[in-house]
Design a protein around this ligand. Structure first.
Ligand code: ADE
Length: 335
């Protein structure tokens, strides 16, 4: 397992349960992603009005932005069951066959990291998505026959970090495509206040904004940082979260004023120190950092691109003047 992946999942015990307890379960409780929510609300209401399952939905965007939460909200709003799995877990078509034949009418099948489904499984899904039929192979060798089995009309909700990673036949079978984008500091501030309320923690506006500004546009990180700041406030403060408490505890966590963590900084410094600021190919950066290209592309680069610290061009990655300034380099050396 890659080093970053380990870091990403090296959460305190109970972290996952903690995150779940804070997730909204209804569209009306969801903060941010306004355009997406308006369109999703219409699709859900139309399906409910017609008494039909909702079309297959593809959600794409960086990790931690609410794709799984949205899948649960969709099933909740449709009053249907949700069955969750992920691309790397399904190794053979047989693994999916059992799941598909057990689905009830209008159930939601959520496949996370759908771009990582093996090609044979992906092809097996095509007729399930399109005609609600699957090919069941009986017998072996010269006696092998394919029988078409009907399955119930279900909704596939697929999630992926990059829509471009999906083959076009699979992508084309989704009727609804939504891009999930980074959240603004204002939206993250609202999410943090909502979470604090659920956790019975007192927090003021400046405290919430300080956490929001360091959360890399990501609710999962915002809630994780809130947990750290709450510990700090309980042990070294009065239990209430204000600006000073938030600032001190986040500095202690090694999260800088832009929300960059050690990995973001190592990535930027590698390009600056080893490749004169770029342009440099992603493979070279990954090799220098001893990291997987996919992990850098999915987890590190999107936010750095978003805040204008990184440029991507056909000749490679290049850090920007804002990144150099933020990290305390003399920009004139890189002109
Ligand atoms: N908790 C995590 N993500 C959230 C969101 N988008 N809205 C409200 N609460 C959340």
């Amino acid at each position: 397992m890659s080093r970053l992946r380990l870091l990403e999942t090296s959460e305190q015990p109970g972290e996952e349960k903690f995150q779940w307890s804070l997730r909204p379960t209804k569209l009306t409780d969801y903060i941010g992603q306004r355009d997406l929510l308006v369109r999703l609300d219409i699709s859900i209401k139309a399906a409910v009005k017609r008494g039909e399952p909702i079309d297959h939905i593809l959600l794409y965007g960086p990790p931690g932005l609410g794709k799984t939460t949205l899948a649960h909200i969709i099933s909740n709003e449709m009053s249907s069951n949700i069955i969750c799995t992920s691309g790397p877990v399904i190794e053979r078509s047989g693994d999916l066959m059992g799941i598909l034949t057990n689905l009830q009418y209008a159930d939601v099948l959520f496949i996370d990291e759908i771009h990582r489904l093996p090609r044979t499984v992906e092809e097996f899904l095509y007729s399930a998505m399109e005609d609600f039929k699957i090919d069941f192979i009986v017998d072996k060798g010269p006696f092998a026959k394919t029988i078409k089995v009907n399955i119930k009309h279900f909704t596939l909700v697929g999630a992926t970090t990059r829509a471009g990673l999906l083959s076009s036949p699979l992508r084309d079978r989704f009727g609804i495509l939504h891009h999930v984008d980074f959240y603004t500091p204002g939206e993250l501030c609202e999410i943090i206040k909502r979470s604090s309320n659920l956790l019975n923690v007192a927090i003021d506006e400046r405290g919430a904004l300080e956490i929001a500004g360091r959360s890399r546009g990501t609710p999962r990180i915002a809630n994780r940082l809130l947990r750290r700041v709450r510990d700090y406030a309980d042990v070294l403060g009065s239990g209430k979260i204000d600006y000073e408490i938030a600032l001190k505890s986040l500095e202690l966590e090694g999260i800088d004023s832009q929300g960059l963590d050690k990995i973001d900084i190592a990535y930027l410094k590698t390009i600056i120190d080893k490749y004169k600021g770029g342009p440099v190919g992603i493979d070279a950066v990954a090799a220098t950092l001893n990291e997987e290209v996919d992990i850098l592309q999915d987890m590190v680069e999107p936010y750095l691109l978003k805040i204008g610290y990184l440029n991507r061009s056909p000749s490679g990655r290049k850090v920007t003047h804002s990144a150099l300034q933020h990290l305390g380099y003399d920009v004139s050396r890189f002109l």
